[in-house]
Design a protein around this ligand. Structure first.
Ligand code: 5GP
Ligand code: ZN
Length: 303
């Protein structure tokens, strides 16, 4: 074991006392110290907000039709959660929930609604900006946050089914979107240094579904479309992705008819911060007692 490996006792304490486990795997309550750190991180990320950035905050659900149109079902159908509810007459619903419907459990009566659980904060942004008309080549910037859901039941610390994602999104000319992404890669390294966490910034790929997904993942790495900032939490061999920097090229531009004011298809990029994961990484690195964290880290977080 190397000297920087996080101790098992510390990881267990984060799992059981900094977070509050619940009956559902990967769904945790957040304690006061945890929320204090998330608050500090939120303010620190806000301090990096470029002038003129629009701020949008969303609840954890979004339109199913919009997510279908965005192509999510092609890439990540295995991660999606859909909101369903009971429909029917009062008598049929009562029979189901009271266990009186022959051979039917109450969940058999569920039908999908027009809502899904938001899987990534930035999906909400593109159709909203597209509906307003062309964007300048120099780009539109949006600061977005949402609770996100991914059906990833696992007991591994940092793999949550529901977590908060903060993102800066850029929509503009190809060189604008790419420059935004590159700029955020550099800034993120500064941010991680300020936070006193060990990190690496590496090319990465998304967990695309199925066999065809493996090829998509290889392409993503070859074209350097995604980078992740990794911080050791559970192990140094498999550090945890705490931020990601994505260049979507014309994917969302084509999907939503997003154009720059010269008539070209807009390109998009996003810098995503996993607030819960970053907080876990801070507790894993600096220990359970926030008051004993290095002064420079506490100063950066204003805690
Ligand atoms: P991405 O869209 O790149 O997969 O995710 C964006 C960010 O959300 C990641 O960098 C990570 O910090 C966070 N994230 C992704 N999956 C999970 C998860 O299962 N649990 C938690 N807590 N955060 C996640
Ligand atoms: Zn995004």
């Amino acid at each position: 074991m190397s000297t920087t490996q996080v101790s098992t006792e510390r990881l267990e304490a984060i799992t059981s006392s900094i977070l509050q486990p619940t009956a559902a795997n990967g769904v945790q309550g957040r304690t006061a110290p945890f929320e204090e750190v998330i608050g500090g991180l939120t303010a620190l990320i806000t301090s990096h907000r470029a002038p003129g950035t629009e701020v949008l905050r969303f609840p954890p659900v979004m339109s199913r039709a919009l997510l279908e149109k965005s192509g999510y079902l092609k890439s990540f159908p295995h991660l999606l959660g859909c909101v369903s509810s009971l429909t029917g007459t009062e008598a049929s619903i009562r029979a189901l929930v009271e266990g009186r419907a022959a051979g039917q459990d109450w969940v058999d009566g569920l039908a999908a609604t027009d809502l899904v659980l938001t899987p990534a904060a930035c999906y909400q942004v593109y159709p909203i900006i597209a509906a307003r008309g062309d964007v300048p080549r120099s780009g539109v910037l949006v600061d977005v946050e949402s609770y996100c859901f991914r059906r990833e039941a696992s007991s591994e610390l940092g793999r949550m089914q529901a977590f908060r994602m903060r993102e800066y999104v850029c929509i503009g000319a190809p060189d604008t979107a790419l420059a935004f992404r590159e700029n955020w890669k550099a800034r993120a390294e500064e941010l991680a240094t300020q936070l006193g966490v060990p990190f690496t910034l590496v090319p990465a790929s998304d967990p695309f579904f199925g066999r065809a997904g493996k090829l998509m993942a290889v392409n993503q790495v070859e074209q350097a479309l995604k980078f992740e900032l990794l911080i050791p939490v559970n192990s140094e061999e498999a550090p945890t992705a705490c931020m990601s920097f994505n260049y979507h090229q014309d994917h969302f531009g084509n999907t939503w008819g997003l154009r720059t004011d010269d008539g070209a298809v807009a390109h998009t990029a996003c810098a995503a911060f996993g607030l819960d994961r970053l907080t876990i990484a801070l507790f894993a690195t600096h220990g359970l007692d926030v008051d004993a964290w290095p002064p420079s880290v506490r100063e950066a977080l204003c805690i």
